[in-house]
Ligand binder design. Structure first.
Ligand SMILES: Cc1cc2nc3c(=O)[nH]c(=O)nc-3n(C[C@H](O)[C@H](O)[C@H](O)COP(=O)(O)OP(=O)(O)OC[C@H]3O[C@@H](n4cnc5c(N)ncnc54)[C@H](O)[C@@H]3O)c2cc1C
Length: 445
């Protein structure tokens, strides 16, 4: 990929998918990378995560395709369709998982911890410095450098800091001066992942869902609830998530345990024998309740001097219903690394071009999470069953094919010239516009 003349020193806060992708993209371009993460290991928490081709195509280029191959080996790569069903099991629509072979090759899904481990090992192989078990407490910026201070007082300085510190980012407040604006409390998601036993796999009502020749994805919808379930790797791995009203106003946490009996009022609405059986075989103690919080899009992603930039969930905290949290973070990472490689050490220029390229696209995806979450609410089943395909697309819209590398390589010079010729204003005004026809394959988003 070529390298910059004097390697830039990049400090990344957060080793989630966004931070790890930024580390990989920057290392592949010859920059020096230090990545700081508050967890003490490559965190294995979480259940199921998907990367769709807009992110997957970037991953597939890493290390000549090795990372993508490994993701397919450990994840779900035999999904044909996502079966969208009514709460009682009636089929609404089969939504194609991939629209063509290229789409299939660049779509990854699987256990979040396993896929995360795969990214993490790639960062290790590429030689980034990884500092684990340390929390960043303060972001700092001068005219010619940016840095962070850790809880133990240690400081790290570099040419820039990438704040990939997730949904509850402290950079938002410290770097952008914004409060933690959030809305949408009132919903949460029960989430689980477990390795299935042979006995569980032979449950009479789970023959279809646990078939081994395919990996399986089912979604059951009721009026205001949805349950999404996966089985993969010969049905030995199972995950499901159930979105439900959150009467208790629980905190945001990836480890807040939920008792099975607390789920009963919601589960009983899914009368499909398959959904009931899946709940029945779910081991006790394996389920969490995750608060669904909507944080509106930010007005900007960069600091005053342009040497700190927020990416991933820190910049645009996608709702899981958009299915794009990981992929959008990877698009940010690639775009930023490309701009840094070509900015001739003008870091503020690189971060400015990055946010101008990413702003409208990422906001559009971000907003879609809300639209898809609410798509079946207050719509009669008669109406849905009259045009099930359209409703399926509304709930799970495909993004139009998009190559973030092509975009940044064709737009870098254009936007650089716009900046140099004084095109200023809010990001809403100056950022790269969306393509005609929008970014989704249906007209509904
Ligand atoms: C533990 C965990 C489990 C998850 N499980 C799922 C899942 O099952 N399914 C799903 O769709 N999505 C899951 N997500 C969210 C998903 O990974 C993200 O939405 C998406 O990949 C975008 O990634 P990100 O890197 O921007 O943010 P995140 O994945 O949230 O990563 C942010 C990272 O920054 C670290 N961090 C935060 N603050 C500091 C600080 N001050 N100092 C140092 N480090 C800091 C966090 O520990 C975290 O590792 C999970 C996230 C986490 C953190």
């Amino acid at each position: 990929m070529g390298s910059v003349d004097i390697a830039l020193n990049v400090i990344i806060v957060g080793a989630g998918f966004g931070g790890l992708a930024a580390a990989i993209e920057c290392r592949e371009r010859g920059m020096n990378v230090v990545i700081i993460e508050r967890y003490s290991d490559s965190n294995s928490a979480g259940d199921i995560i998907d990367f769709f081709p807009n992110g997957g195509k970037i991953v597939k280029r890493w290390e000549g395709g090795n990372v993508g191959k490994e993701l397919h080996e450990i994840g779900a790569d035999k999904i044909d369709v996502m079966e969208l069903r009514k709460f009682d099991g009636t089929l609404i629509s089969n939504i194609p998982w991939a629209i063509n072979q290229e789409h299939r090759d660049t779509t990854y899904a699987g256990h979040r911890g396993n896929l995360h481990g795969c990214f993490f090992r790639c960062v290790q192989r590429l030689g980034a410095t990884i500092v684990l078990g340390q929390s960043v407490k303060e972001y700092m910026e001068k005219d010619d450098a940016a840095g962070v201070r850790l809880a133990d007082g240690q400081e790290f300085w570099g040419d820039l800091v990438v704040a990939a510190d997730g949904g509850r980012s402290i950079a938002r407040q410290q770097v952008l001066g914004l409060g933690d604006e959030k809305e949408g409390s009132g919903w949460a998601i029960f989430r689980t992942f477990f390795d299935s036993t042979e006995k569980q796999r032979s449950h009479p009502d789970l023959k279809e869902f646990m078939r081994t020749e395919k990996d399986n994805v089912r979604v059951w919808m009721s009026d205001h609830l949805s349950m999404l379930a996966y089985s993969w790797n010969n049905a030995e791995q199972v995950a499901w998530v159930l979105m439900h009203p959150d009467d208790n106003d629980i905190p945001e946490s990836w480890s807040l345990g939920a008792a099975k009996e607390d789920m009963l009022p919601w589960i009983k609405e899914f009368t499909s024998p398959e959904a009931q059986a899946l709940f029945e075989i779910t081991p006790v103690g394996r389920t969490i309740d995750f608060k669904l919080v909507y944080r509106p899009p930010l007005e900007k992603w960069t600091s005053k001097n342009g040497r700190i930039i927020l990416i991933g969930d820190a910049a645009h905290c996608n709702l899981p219903t958009a299915g794009q949290g990981g992929s959008q973070a990877i698009e940010d990472a690639l775009t930023l690394a490309y701009c840094l490689q070509h900015c001739n050490r003008d870091v503020p220029l690189a971060t400015e071009i990055t946010q101008r390229i990413r702003y409208h696209r990422s906001n559009e995806v971000h907003k879609s999470g809300k639209l898809t979450r609410d798509s079946f609410h207050k719509v009669s089943w008669d109406e849905i069953m009259q045009d099930p395909k359209r409703w399926g697309q509304k709930r799970f819209p495909h993004l139009r094919p998009h190559d973030a590398l092509e975009t940044v390589s064709s737009q870098f010079e254009v936007i650089k010239q716009e900046i140099e010729s004084g095109k200023n204003g809010s990001l809403d005004e100056v950022a790269m516009p969306l393509p005609p026809g929008g970014i989704f394959m249906t007209g509904d988003h």
